[in-house]
Write a protein that binds this ligand. Structure first.
Ligand code: ATP
Ligand code: MG
Length: 264
């Protein structure tokens, strides 16, 4: 009897609080990326292989998050689903308050052009173009005028330490320099979201450090949100947070960087 009497006012209070005034942390919480229930299967011969088995991914603005896991665990598939490159079978992705998989292909492409920078393992540079031209191309797609895009491209190349390589073509650059061109290309438009898939796997330790330092700088100085997938344990030290994935499922959303330091 006493319990019942005591309980009632509390229930009313709670109900009123949640209906009229959501708790402050819920109001303020604006994820840069909010992915929910991602599932993806591929056909392998006659069977379907489940590669993403129901993944939630929440990333704060300005965070640099590593997704780590063994080969074949679904890292690249996850990155592609979150970044608008490959539609998941199920689940939603809200990036910068935009529900991307609800949009047309064309709108998704526009969203990516306006907001996303991509860095991949293979650099994907055009053999015939100079470093400056490689970076300018993206800005041309964004309809930035020639003089402005040349200035922006070369400023970004200077930022990544390639001021002396502006006129070089890829065959006259080292692997580390090529990856820095690819990074400059991704960063020149000052994207709010940066997606990197194994950005350092073709690089030695020193060049890997340079790449990760640049990504960290983007996050901390420009507020960019960085999602980087890798199985390179050396990158753990550069992350705000490490998410581990195994066999299509997240096994930790805040793994201890120290636990990766000993693996290599
Ligand atoms: N387009 C595709 N068609 C069929 N199977 C695919 C496709 N893409 C990926 N897979 C399969 O999905 C699984 C996960 O692939 P994914 O590329 O996401 O792994 P990963 O974690 O990035 O691996 P790695 O570290 O080797 O890059 C693998 O078994 C792969 O063979
Ligand atoms: Mg991969």
């Amino acid at each position: 009897m006493i319990n019942a009497l005591r309980k009632k006012p509390v229930e009313i209070e709670e109900a009123t609080a949640s209906a009229a005034a959501p708790r402050p942390e819920e109001v303020d919480k604006r994820w840069a990326i909010e992915a929910r229930g991602l599932r993806k299967s591929f056909k392998a011969g006659h069977v379907m292989v489940d590669v993403l088995k129901g993944i939630d991914l929440l990333i704060e603005p300005g965070e640099i998050v590593l997704v780590m896991g063994p080969s074949g665990s679904g890292k690249s598939t996850l990155l592609a689903a979150v970044s608008g490159l490959m539609k998941p079978d199920q689940g939603s992705v809200v990036a910068l308050d935009t529900n991307i998989w609800k949009m047309s292909r064309q709108k998704i492409d526009k969203f990516r052009l306006a907001n996303c920078g991509f860095i991949f393992q293979g650099f994907n540079l055009f053999p015939a173009l100079t470093a400056s031209q490689q970076v300018q191309i993206v800005l041309k797609f964004m309809k930035i005028k020639p003089a402005a895009r040349k200035a922006a491209a070369e400023a970004t190349l200077r930022d990544v330490g390639l001021g002396h390589r502006l006129g070089n073509r890829p065959d006259r650059m080292s692997g580390g320099e090529k990856q820095r061109v690819a990074i400059a290309r991704a960063l020149a438009k000052k994207p709010k979201l940066i997606f990197a898939d194994e950005p350092t796997s073709a690089l030695d330790g020193e060049n890997g450090n340079i790449v990760m330092t640049l990504l960290r700088k983007c996050a901390k100085e420009q507020g960019a949100t960085v999602l980087c997938v890798t199985h390179d344990a050396r990158l753990a030290a550069f992350a705000d947070r490490i998410i581990t994935i195994e066999d299509g499922l997240i096994t930790s959303t805040n793994a201890d960087p120290a636990s990766f330091a000993h693996h290599h």
